[in-house]
Each structure stands twice: as structure tokens, then as C-alpha cells.
Design a protein around this ligand. Sequence first.
Ligand SMILES: O=C(CO)COP(=O)(O)O
Length: 154
Amino acid sequence: MDQKIQSLPAKKNIALVAHDGKKAALKLWCIKHLNALSEHTLYATGTTGHLINKTTGLDVIQLLSGPMGGDQQLGAKIAEHEIHMLVFFWDPLASQPHDPDVKALLRLAAVWNIPVACNEVSADMLLSSPLMNVELERTLPDYEKYLATRQIDI
Ligand SMILES: O=C(CO)COP(=O)(O)O
């Protein structure tokens, strides 16, 4: 597929998500990085967002709970370029009833070339990157060109 270049803004829209077995870890990570996170706009799935807001006071745009469609909402926002980074502490030791939604969210993050962290260390590295607070070029699928090739006359 053809690619094009589009910037991620300096002030990023960051999605925060954690499975139940990883919520405590994400909560501690948010407390540790309170100041850095407050410079960005935060989104989260329902239960994660409520927990982060309650324990840190950070403003969080709260979507539906993951199993009820929250992962899908985040995936749609990634496809629409509204989410610029994903911190998703998914639980490798627990099965999830909405596993297809989890896979879809991670897949769309890869399709649209946004940075993704899956645990504390990768999230530390992303947030401390010199690229975190600057406008950042990314390549992404050229959807308009793709659509033009899909116009089929029947
Ligand atoms: O299930 C989740 C991600 O797959 C997270 O959803 P909650 O934040 O609502 O627990």
C-alpha cells in the first residue's frame, strides 16, 4: 500500500488501557509520571479511566469499558487519527472475553503507525523519549490513494 507522511502533534492524545491484572501497575505508572502526562490529552477505556482520574486527579476522557466496546472505540479513534499513542498494559497471563477487540486495537495501532507501550519499561521509554514533546513525522497508509484503487465499476 502507498504511504504518506503525516505529523503527530507535540501535544499528544494518549490512550491509557489496562486489563484488571495490570490496573495497579498502570495506576502506579500514572502517579510516577503525573507531570509529564498532564501535558497531554488522556483517553482511556471506562474502568481504567475512572481509576486513573480518581487516584491521580488527571483529566481523562473516559470511553466505554473495554469488554463493552471501549477497545473498539479506541481503535476507531486511532483509525481517525485522533489517538497518537497507546499505553496498553494488557495481561499476558489472563484470557479476556473480548480478546478479538484487544487484538483489533493492537492491530490498528500497528496499521496507523502510532507508538505503543505494553508494560512499565516500554511506557517509561516512550514517555522519556526526546520525541515525546515535539511534532513527529510518521508514515501511514495513504487512504485516499487506496480508496481510488478500490472504485470498482460493476
Ligand atoms: O478491557 C480492557 C482492555 O481490553 C480495559 O477495559 P476497562 O478499562 O474498562 O477495564
